[in-house]
Design a binder for this molecule. Structure first.
Ligand code: GLA
Length: 385
């Protein structure tokens, strides 16, 4: 059953009435442009056909009574009082945080509701289950009280909730693509101006995702550390963010930075070259040049492995296997925050079975972990359903 159907059905069971408001927001996979979003740079994700559904209905008070059906847990809080963190249950932070920060821009928002959440984005896999929850909650609130906030604003509220309520200093990519995704398109996002350039997924090309099942949950520390290193590098170059450093400028001062802090220099090299790769990927897609796109994906992976140091051996192995089959007909790389999670591969449809096969024959044997393999569709962002 789809999460949309499940949410509706479980709402009936838990609250003994029919839901009157149903929303759905997707997870995402990033094709290229990793750890560039919080450097004001460029990313190119697509929303996927896995997401989070919410079904609910108004109450006649200011209480939010929320049932997370996958976790079988309730949370309850009042919109008429200050919304605080519930440190025992992390998932509640995504809900409470979004409602709290929506109230910052819409202080009159006090309308209570009963709601049920149901999702099918694999958890801790780097496919943005949390962003899809945040965006779904934001959309639910917008619709519930007819609030004058756009989908882009909902995304930014979601990011704020994650930064200030959950404590991960993530950028804005995941929430933006969950809010703005376009069916059958990859979306290049300029994470500074928030301009977007949609490009169709090339004809006959499959977007594959392979979950390594190396959990990436406990690495918020590593993530925040990378972010700090990027900030140090930006300071070194005297700019607001690494987005403002060209490859030429970087090369001119690279040795100076290495002498100061070698790790910081490597982090900067990744971000600066990755931004360039995203821009080139847009060109490659425009020209239908899947070989060039694949090459850029490969370089992105190497850069994440060697310079940003966020891959793990199991992920490197999955990428190698996929690349072996795909050759120059597409590409493969790690996707998402890093330290486990998933790889993404783009290849002609007639290569899908061979990619699936080489991985299923080798990955578990080599690593002791069994992968999950998905062929996904680039999907629409958040919707009322
Ligand atoms: C996580 C964060 C995003 C982004 C990616 C890396 O998914 O939530 O903001 O930084 O990692 O590209």
């Amino acid at each position: 059953m789809s999460p949309q159907e499940l949410a509706k059905q479980i709402f009936k069971e838990k609250f003994n009435r029919t839901s009157t408001l149903n929303v759905y927001a997707p997870g995402r996979v990033n094709i290229i442009g990793e750890h560039t979003d919080y450097n004001d740079g460029f990313v190119m994700p697509c929303a996927i056909n896995y997401g989070t559904a919410i079904s609910g209905a108004k109450r006649d008070d200011s209480i939010f009574k929320v049932y997370a059906s996958d976790l079988k847990q309730f949370d309850e809080f009042s919109l008429a009082e200050e919304i605080t963190v519930n440190p025992k249950e992390k998932w509640t932070g995504y809900v409470r945080g979004v409602v709290k920060f929506i109230q910052e821009s819409c202080p009159d928002f006090k309308q209570g509701a009963d709601l049920v959440i149901s999702g099918n984005v694999p958890l801790s896999a780097g496919l943005s289950s949390s962003a899809s929850l945040e965006v779904a909650i934001g959309k639910f609130c917008q619709q519930l009280a007819n609030l004058p906030i756009s989908n882009t604003e909902i995304a930014l509220v979601g990011q704020k909730a994650e930064n200030q309520f959950v404590g991960c200093q993530c950028g804005n990519m995941d929430q933006l693509i969950s809010a703005l995704g376009q069916k059958d398109h990859l979306l290049m996002i300029d994470c500074r101006s928030l301009d977007t350039i949609p490009t169709p997924v090339p004809h006959n090309i499959a977007v594959m995702i392979v979950n390594s099942h190396v959990k990436h949950d406990l690495v918020a520390g590593e993530y925040n550390e990378r972010r700090q290193q990027c900030e140090i590098a930006a300071k070194f170059f005297g700019v607001k963010a690494l987005r403002d450093v060209s490859i030429e400028t970087f090369k001119q001062r690279e040795n100076e930075l290495i002498a100061l802090d070698e790790k910081v220099a490597k982090r900067a090299r990744h971000v600066i070259t990755e931004n360039q790769r995203v821009l080139e990927a847009v060109e490659a897609l425009k020209q239908g040049d899947i070989t060039r796109l694949g090459k850029l994906m490969g370089e992105s992976h190497d850069s994440m492995r060697d310079d940003f140091e966020i891959t793990v051996p199991q992920i490197d192995y999955l990428v190698e296997l996929a690349q072996l089959v795909i050759g120059n007909k597409g590409g493969a790389r790690m996707t998402g925050g890093g330290f486990g999670g998933c790889i993404v591969a783009l290849a002609p449809l007639d290569k899908v079975e061979a990619v699936r096969q080489i991985i299923s024959e080798n990955y578990e044997k080599q690593t002791g972990l069994k992968e999950d393999f998905y062929v996904c569709t680039a999907s629409q962002g958040v919707v009322v359903c």
